[in-house]
Design a protein around this ligand. Structure first.
Ligand SMILES: *Cc1c(COP(=O)(O)O)cnc(C)c1O
Length: 372
C-alpha cells in the first residue's frame, strides 16, 4: 500500500461535476478578477461564519499583513506571536516594519502559551497573533482578556482552523480580524493561492478591502496607496463549490483522528494529540510525538506511508531570526517539540483500511525497535 500525506485528487474526483462547472462558468463569463464569483464566495463564507464582513484576498499571508497594516501597526511597534507556526505569521509582522516577539507554546495543546504572554508585553506592543495550530484552538478567551487589559489588537491566524470551535464559538470570531488561507492543502482549499479576512468592524473592513485593491473601492478612485492582493474569480468559484462540503469533510477528519487514537493509544512512546476540553478540533493535521521521530519517519517512508513535520524548526530558532539572538533555552517547549513531532496522513478521503495499515506499520516499527 502507498499512502500519500494528502490526496487532493480524490477530493476533486468526489465533486468533479461541481468543480468543472464552476471553472467553466468563470471562463464563459470572463469574470477573472472581482465580479460575481468573488462576491458570491465572500457572501457565502461570511454567512457560514455569521461574521459581518469577509474581505477576500490573494492568500493567507497577505490576510495577516493587511490586517496589521490597516490597524496602523508599523515601525517601532512590537507584535507577539507563537514560537511554533508557519513563517507567514511572523514574516508579516516584519513586513509592516514592526518587530516580531515570540512566546513559547503550551506543552499539552501546542498553541501559544497565554500564561507567558504578559511577560512579553512592553509599552511598544500593539497586537497579539495567536495561531489555532493544527486545527486546535488556542485558549482564545484568556488571550482576549489579556488583549483587553493591555489595549492590544487580537488577530486570529485561522489558516489551519476552518470551522474549529471553542465553547461553541468558531475560530475567527473573537479577534478584531481573523485571517484564513485557502492554500490547496488547507481544510478548505482552492486550486491555487487564496485567502480572506473576517471582521465585524465596518470601517476596518472597508479599509482592508481598499488596501487589497490598490487603495480603491471604485476603479480609478484611489483613497490611499495599496497593494494588489485580490482573490481571483476561478479560486472564488472553486471555493464556493467546495464550501457546502466543509462540515462533512471536517467530521471525516475528526473521525479519522479518533480511529488513529484508538489504534495508536499505548503504542511505544507515542504521545497522541490532546483535544482542548469544550473544543472542536478540525484536525488540519494529526500530529504525534515520539523520541524516535526520525527513525519512525524513515520506517514509515520505506513502507509506503508519507509523513511530514510541522515544523522542523521553531520560528525563533530559524536562520531568518538569528538577528534576534534567541537560543533554544528561551523556548524550551517549542525547541523540544520540533524534534519529536510527526504529522501522519490526514485528509477527509482517508479510510479505515489506510489508517489500520499506517497504525500497524507504526506498531511493527516499535516491535522491531524494542527487539533490536
Ligand atoms: C498556510 C498558513 C499561512 C499562510 O497562508 P498562505 O495562503 O499560504 O499564504 C499562515 N499561517 C499559517 C499558520 C498557515 O498554516
Amino acid at each position: 500500500m502507498k499512502i500519500p500525506f494528502v490526496d487532493l485528487k480524490s477530493q476533486y474526483l468526489s465533486i468533479q461535476p461541481a468543480i468543472d462547472e464552476a471553472i467553466k462558468s468563470v471562463i464563459t463569463d470572463t469574470a477573472f478578477i472581482g465580479g460575481k464569483y468573488v462576491n458570491e464566495f465572500k457572501n457565502e463564507f461570511q454567512s457560514a461564519y455569521g461574521a459581518r464582513h469577509c474581505v477576500p484576498v490573494a492568500n493567507g499571508t497577505d490576510a495577516i499583513y493587511i490586517s496589521m497594516k490597516m490597524l496602523n501597526i508599523g515601525p517601532g511597534d512590537e507584535v507577539i506571536t507563537t514560537a511554533s507556526s508557519w513563517i507567514s505569521t511572523s514574516e508579516t509582522i516584519s513586513q509592516t516594519g514592526a518587530k516580531p516577539v515570540f512566546v513559547d507554546i503550551d506543552p499539552k495543546y501546542y498553541t501559544l502559551n497565554h500564561e507567558l504572554l504578559e511577560k512579553a508585553i512592553t509599552p511598544r506592543t500593539k497586537a497579539i497573533i495567536p495561531v489555532h495550530l493544527y486545527g486546535q484552538m488556542c485558549d482564545i478567551e484568556a488571550i482576549k482578556s489579556i488583549c483587553e487589559k493591555h489595549g492590544l489588537h487580537l488577530i486570529e491566524d485561522c489558516a489551519q482552523s476552518h470551522f474549529s470551535e471553542l465553547n461553541g464559538v468558531k475560530a475567527g470570531l473573537t479577534g478584531i480580524t481573523s485571517t484564513f488561507s485557502f492554500y490547496p492543502g488547507k481544510n478548505l482549499g482552492a486550486y491555487g493561492d487564496a485567502g480572506c479576512i473576517l471582521t465585524n468592524d465596518d470601517s476596518l473592513a472597508e479599509k482592508m478591502t481598499m488596501y487589497a485593491n490598490h487603495g480603491a473601492l471604485k476603479k480609478h478612485e484611489h483613497f490611499i496607496e495599496g497593494i494588489n492582493s485580490r482573490l481571483d474569480g476561478l479560486q472564488a468559484a472553486i471555493l464556493t463549490a467546495k464550501l457546502p462540503y466543509i462540515n462533512e469533510w471536517t467530521d471525516a477528519r475528526i473521525s479519522h483522528a479518533s480511529s488513529y487514537d484508538n489504534k495508536l493509544r499505548g503504542v511505544g512512546d507515542l504521545k497522541l494529540p490532546v483535544v482542548r476540553p469544550g473544543s472542536k478540533h478540525s484536525f488540519h493535521l494529526y500530529v504525534i510525538k515520539t523520541s524516535l521521530r526520525d527513525k519512525l519517519k524513515k520506517y514509515l517512508g520505506q513502507n509506503g506511508v508519507e509523513t511530514a513535520i510541522h515544523y522542523p524548526v521553531a520560528l525563533p530558532l530559524m536562520e531568518a531570526y538569528k538577528y534576534l539572538g534567541y537560543s533554544k533555552e528561551d523556548f524550551p517547549v517549542a525547541s523540544a517539540h520540533q524534534d519529536e513531532i510527526l504529522s501522519l496522513p490526514m485528509y477527509p478521503e482517508l479510510d479505515d483500511d489506510k489508517i489500520t495499515f499506517i497504525s500497524d506499520t507504526i506498531k511493527s516499527f516499535y516491535e522491531a525497535n524494542l527487539a533490536g
